[in-house]
Ligand binder design. Structure first.
Ligand code: ADP
Ligand code: ADP
Length: 225
């Protein structure tokens, strides 16, 4: 029951190999992590899935349909990237409502969905505040709320916890996993942190030098550094 399929994907930057060839499926509702050292091709892979990069070779299928040439806004994906900041001068409500307004969702429904998602991420009552009035962990949860409120088919997370301090980072792992399970949303997570990957994931794609070295549930991975 694959939601997303990467078929024989390769990306070259001039003569530099970004990634590939790689091939894997993402199952409905699973939390899949791309794990590996800096430069192994995690971000390149995620950006190809998001439509921010076009592969040199290969195709991306979503629910069986070829989306390789579909532009990012039309891919039905929620994105939380490391440097994907909130709008600083907009309230939390307006930040979260942004994608729904773009999609011309009726006002009353926007209100209901924004309130519900802020509740799910554990931030009821913050809607009139500005991002600067929240802690780093709270802002990260708002970014997550903003990504999931549009009810995307797939959620893409690129090192979303890396700007947080160590203690908060650990706590947010559990929270993030909890939110993902509550929503039942298919999620692809990128990290170079093995503990993080093992604690959170249903399956891990272990990458090295642009290739997949292992792919499976954390308890079945072997010979790790
Ligand atoms: P990771 O996310 O695992 O750190 P990347 O996907 O960012 O890895 O990078 C994979 C490889 O592609 C690296 O060798 C990196 O230097 C190279 N690369 C990434 N982006 C570019 C780019 N815009 N131009 C040239 N090389 C790039
Ligand atoms: P990551 O944290 O994913 O490893 P980097 O900090 O390496 O990302 O890269 C940040 C940005 O620089 C990305 O947009 C990436 O595509 C680009 N980039 C990475 N490596 C290179 C490279 N060798 N040449 C040009 N651009 C690169």
């Amino acid at each position: 029951n694959a939601v997303l399929q990467l078929k024989n994907i390769t990306k070259k930057y001039g003569n530099t190999l970004g990634v590939g060839p790689v091939e894997f499926d993402v199952e409905k509702g699973e939390f899949l992590t791309l794990l590996g050292p800096s430069g192994c091709g995690k971000t390149t892979t995620l950006h190809i899935i998001a439509g921010l990069l076009f592969p040199t070779e290969g195709t991306v299928l979503m629910e069986g349909r070829d989306i390789t040439k579909v532009d990012p806004p039309y891919r039905d994906m929620g994105l939380v990237f490391q440097n994907y900041a909130l709008f600083p001068h907009k309230t939390i409500y307006d930040n979260v409502a942004f994608g729904l307004r773009m999609r011309k969702v009726p006002k009353a429904e926007i209100r209901e969905r924004v309130m519900r998602v802020l509740d799910v991420v554990g931030l009821p009552g913050v809607e009139e505040r500005l991002p600067s009035q929240l802690s780093g962990g709270q802002r990260q949860r708002v970014a997550l709320a903003r990504a999931v409120v549009i009810e995307p088919t797939v959620l893409l997370l690129d090192e979303p916890l890396s700007n947080l301090d160590a203690v908060l980072r650990k706590r947010m792992r559990l929270e993030l996993r909890d939110i993902q399970q509550k929503l039942g949303i298919t999620t692809i997570f990128v990290t170079h942190d093995q503990d993080e990957a093992f604690e959170m994931s249903d399956r891990v794609v272990l990458m090295n030098r642009g290739r997949i070295e292992q792919l499976g549930p954390p308890e079945e991975m072997y010979d790790l550094p």
